[in-house]
Design a binder for this molecule. Structure first.
Ligand SMILES: C[S@@+](CC[C@H](N)C(=O)[O-])C[C@H]1O[C@@H](n2cnc3c(N)ncnc32)[C@H](O)[C@@H]1O
Length: 316
C-alpha cells in the first residue's frame, strides 16, 4: 500500500507553502497569464512535484483557457507528463485560445504539456488512450462550473486516479461547485477534503486591493480532496446554502419552451424591474428563439416522444 499518511502530509505542506509564497518561481511570468490564483497554481505545481520522475502517473486538468495552470505545472515539472482538456467552448469569443496555448507551449519550449482539444466528458470516456495508460496523480477541475459538469468530472475521474491522488476543485466560491463537491464527498467516503479557501466575492466584483490580495491567493476559491480509502482523515465538507430551491428551479427551466434562453430572459426581467431600457434585451431574446423552441409546448416539454414504451435488458 502507498504511504498514505506521508502523502497527506506532503499535500498539506504543498498547500501551506503555496498559500505563503504563491508560485514556485517566476519562470514563464512574461508568457503566462490566466484565470487562476497564484497560490492555486503554486499548489498545483508543488503537488504535481510529488509525482516527479514517475512515468506511470500524470497531471491532468479540465479547463486550460490560455494555458496558465497547465503550462505553469509543466514548466516546474519537466519530467512529468501534463495533460489539459479544453474544447474552447467558453471565454473565447474570438476563437483564439487554442492558438495562444500552442504559441505559449512553443515559446516556453515545453515537451511535456499535451492539449486534449475535446469536450471533457468525451475525453474522460477515452482517458486511458489519451493518457497512454498513465494514472492521474493531480487532477484540476476548472471547466464549466455548473453542478452537473462539476459532479461528472468527480465521478468520471475515479477509475483513472493513481493510488495516491489529489483533486483540486477551482472556483469553489460558486455555491453549486461546493454543492457538487459536498454531494460527491457524502456519497464517496473514500475521499476526504483536506483544504478549502474562499474569497468574499467573484473577482469581477472585488475592489482593486481585495482583488490583488486574492490574485496572490486562491482567487475564486478552491476545495482540495484526496483519496483516503482507509478513512483515516476526519470528515470535512464545503459549506452550502440551506435552500436547494435553485436546483429545483433547474427542473422548471429545463421543461420550459424558452429553456436555453433562461439567462437572457433573466437579464430582461432585471432590466424591467430596475426601470432600464429593456428593448435591446428583448431584441436579443427574440433573436434567440429558434424554430425548435417555437414548436414546443409553452411548458412541460419532456423530450420523451419516440422513446420506447417498454424495453428489457439484453440479459436472458
Ligand atoms: C476558467 S477557464 C480555465 C482557466 C485556466 N485553468 C487558467 O489557469 O487560466 C475554463 C475553461 O473551461 C473550458 N470548458 C468549458 N466547458 C468545457 C467542456 N465541456 N469541455 C472542455 N472544456 C470546457 C472553457 O473553454 C474554458 O477555457
Amino acid at each position: 500500500m502507498a504511504d498514505r499518511q506521508g502523502f497527506f502530509r506532503q499535500v498539506i505542506a504543498c498547500l501551506r507553502e503555496a498559500s505563503a509564497t504563491g508560485l514556485m518561481s517566476d519562470k514563464g511570468a512574461e508568457v503566462l497569464t490566466g484565470l487562476s490564483g497564484r497560490a492555486t497554481v503554486g499548489a498545483l505545481q508543488r503537488m504535481a512535484g510529488l509525482f516527479r520522475g514517475r512515468n506511470d502517473v500524470c497531471y491532468l486538468e479540465i479547463g486550460v483557457f490560455q494555458g496558465l495552470s497547465l503550462l505553469s505545472v509543466a514548466l516546474e515539472n519537466p519530467d512529468l507528463a501534463c495533460f489539459g482538456i479544453d474544447n474552447f467552448s467558453l471565454l473565447d469569443p474570438k476563437g483564439e485560445n487554442l492558438g495562444i496555448v500552442r504559441d505559449r507551449t512553443a515559446r516556453l519550449g515545453l515537451a511535456n504539456a499535451t492539449l486534449i482539444n475535446e469536450d471533457f466528458e468525451a475525453a474522460l470516456a477515452a482517458l486511458p488512450q489519451r493518457l497512454n495508460g498513465r494514472k492521474v496523480g493531480v487532477f484540476l477541475i476548472d471547466g464549466a462550473h455548473d453542478y452537473r459538469s462539476q459532479l461528472m468530472a468527480l465521478l468520471l475521474i475515479k477509475p483513472h486516479l493513481a493510488e495516491n491522488a489529489v483533486i483540486v476543485v477551482d472556483d469553489a466560491n460558486y455555491p453549486d461547485v461546493r454543492q457538487s463537491t459536498r454531494d460527491f464527498l457524502l456519497s464517496h467516503p473514500e475521499f476526504r477534503m483536506v483544504f478549502e479557501a474562499y474569497s468574499p466575492g467573484h473577482p469581477a466584483n472585488l475592489d482593486k486591493a481585495t482583488l490583488a490580495k486574492f490574485e496572490d491567493g486562491f482567487l475564486n476559491g478552491i476545495n482540495v480532496l484526496v483519496k483516503d480509502p482507509e478513512g483515516s482523515l476526519p470528515e470535512m465538507l464545503p459549506p452550502v446554502p440551506d435552500s436547494r430551491l435553485l436546483y429545483v428551479n433547474e427542473w422548471l427551466v429545463h421543461r420550459h419552451r424558452l429553456a436555453e434562453l433562461a439567462p437572457e430572459a433573466l437579464a430582461l426581467a432585471q432590466a424591467m424591474l430596475e426601470g432600464s431600457d429593456p428593448a435591446p434585451l428583448l431584441e436579443r431574446l427574440r433573436a434567440g428563439v429558434t424554430a425548435e423552441m417555437a414548436a414546443r409546448f409553452p411548458d412541460r416539454n419532456l423530450h420523451s416522444a419516440g422513446l420506447t414504451e417498454g424495453r428489457f435488458t439484453s440479459f436472458s
